[in-house]
Design a protein around this ligand. Structure first.
Ligand SMILES: C[S@@+](CC[C@H](N)C(=O)[O-])C[C@H]1O[C@@H](n2cnc3c(N)ncnc32)[C@H](O)[C@@H]1O
Length: 276
């Protein structure tokens, strides 16, 4: 190996395929991150032809995640299982919850090589935060993962996040998938979900359908806009924390909306349920 190649390693981490769009990198591009490639940005360009404000979907989702972290950490939850962590573009779960309680433990789970490489580097010196590699749509694979089991105490309440993830699951049994997770949680645990939404209104349904069509037929291949009933079913019999399952922007907002919400912000909803 020449000296120059050792001194200037490739910017593309080993195992990252820059010819295929990845969910994590498309999301990173929507959040104005730097860990994405032309193939990822092209997915957003296609969706932008029907939804010019498509980046707002990602921001509504990420801002919901941050508020959910703050809410749950302040409510005393100190263990977090964050499924589908994404790239460290914006503020991350561990940063928010460990600011409230430095003792909080966080386990991220993802299967994207870019995410795993970045997380390992970012978390190298954080003894209370780990990343596990598993398929988040295979609950038993996650629940039996050694890192998940070693780091989290399943005899005490924890928070499980499926935020900005389940719309990438194209099966019809998302509620059953979530029920497997819910069954494994101890009483007093919380589940937070944010999901692309078809509002079933004359005003926004067509927008949702058009975005879904673009996402699913793009090289990323996923992005389902489910109905409110379908998304609510993913919480099973959990007790919904106020204000329930609402537009992400309306869930414990940091203040009044100073500007009108863009149309796409009607197409993503989120909520938190508690296991009694
Ligand atoms: C849109 S990002 C959401 C990130 C974060 N939860 C948030 O809300 O900001 C979705 C993440 O889920 C991950 N993901 C998608 N399908 C997955 C699977 N089957 N197994 C593990 N991770 C997956 C992607 O790699 C990506 O990091």
């Amino acid at each position: 190996m020449s000296q120059s190649s050792a001194a200037y390693p490739s910017a593309v981490p080993v195992g990252v395929d820059t010819t295929r769009a990845s969910i994590a990198r498309v999301y990173d591009a929507a959040l104005n991150g730097k860990d994405n490639y032309e193939v990822d940005r092209e997915v957003l360009a296609q969706v932008r032809t029907v939804a010019p404000q498509v980046n707002d979907l990602a921001w509504a989702n990420r801002d919901f995640l941050i508020r959910a972290c703050r809410f749950l950490a302040r409510a005393g939850v100190d263990q977090f299982l964050d499924l589908g962590s994404g790239l460290p573009t914006a503020e991350n779960t561990h940063q928010v919850v460990q600011r409230v309680n430095p003792q909080s433990r966080v386990v991220y789970v993802d299967n994207d090589p870019s995410v795993l490489v970045h997380a390992q580097a970012l978390l190298a010196s954080n003894t209370r935060t780990r990343i596990a590699e598993a398929d988040i749509f295979r609950p038993f694979e996650v629940l039996n993962n050694a890192t998940v089991r070693n780091e989290l105490d399943f005899s005490r309440p924890l928070a499980l996040f499926h935020i900005g993830t389940l719309h990438h699951y194209l099966g019809e049994d998302a509620a059953a998938l979530m029920q497997t997770y819910i069954d494994a949680l101890p009483a007093g645990s919380f589940v937070a979900i944010a999901h692309f939404h078809d509002p079933e209104t004359a005003e926004y349904s067509e927008l949702a359908r058009n975005m879904e069509d673009k996402f699913i037929h793009s090289p990323m291949g996923s992005g389902r806009f489910r109905t409110r009933a379908e998304i609510q079913a993913m919480f099973g019999k959990l007790e919904m924390v106020e204000p329930g399952l609402v537009r992400c922007d309306d869930w414990w907002p940091d203040g009044p909306h100073l500007l009108p919400l863009s149309d796409v912000r009607n197409c993503i909803i989120g909520g938190i349920g508690r296991k009694p």
